[in-house]
Ligand binder design. Structure first.
Ligand code: SF4
Length: 167
């Protein structure tokens, strides 16, 4: 997997101080995409899992990590993203994980495959849905268009319904 970018610290990609990983490659091709270069699976530098875990572990200000892209949950990226998140949580057990995806929660649950289910178990907050230009709203926090939702993943799975965070 290639990495389109990495922020050591950010407060605009989720609640609290967070590292942000942008993976490369996305199948959605949304008109008005905020990060078009990251649609290319070969864009950026080789993802080095341990180097990122080391960088994040050294920074005591961080409350969590946000994984964005590109598309972290497409079939080309999801296995490596899951492997990364599991190892990161071993190093930082209380770390909070946000993930941006162009898929909806319903589409991810419909997959019903082991890797997607395990990935969802390891995400705290999912910002779901493709960017829809006609629903763009710059006043929204942590999302670009009104169709996108900020989901409490653990409650969604436990209660078997869509539970959005009140942000
Ligand atoms: S899902 Fe995100 S990265 Fe992919 S095309 Fe849409 S806006 Fe761009």
């Amino acid at each position: 997997m290639k990495m389109a970018g990495f922020y050591d610290e950010s407060i605009s990609n989720g609640l609290g101080w967070r590292a942000v990983l942008f993976v490369s490659g996305c199948p959605h091709n949304c008109p008005g995409c905020h990060n078009k270069v990251a649609q290319d699976y070969n864009y950026g530098e080789e993802f080095n899992k341990q180097a990122i875990i080391d960088r994040v572990s050294e920074n005591s200000i961080l409350k969590g990590i946000t994984i964005s892209g590109g598309e972290p949950l497409c079939k080309q990226n999801i296995a490596e993203v899951l492997d990364f998140v599991k190892d990161l949580k071993k190093a930082k057990p209380n770390f909070n994980v946000w993930c941006y995806t162009g898929y909806t929660m319903e589409q991810l649950k419909e997959r019903n495959d082991d890797i997607t289910n395990e990935m969802l178990d390891n995400i705290d907050v999912l910002v779901d849905g493709r960017f829809e230009q006609e629903k763009k709203n710059p006043t929204l926090k942590f999302r670009g268009s009104e169709n996108q939702r900020i989901l409490d993943v653990h409650r969604c799975m436990k209660e078997q319904k869509i539970v959005q965070l009140a942000i």
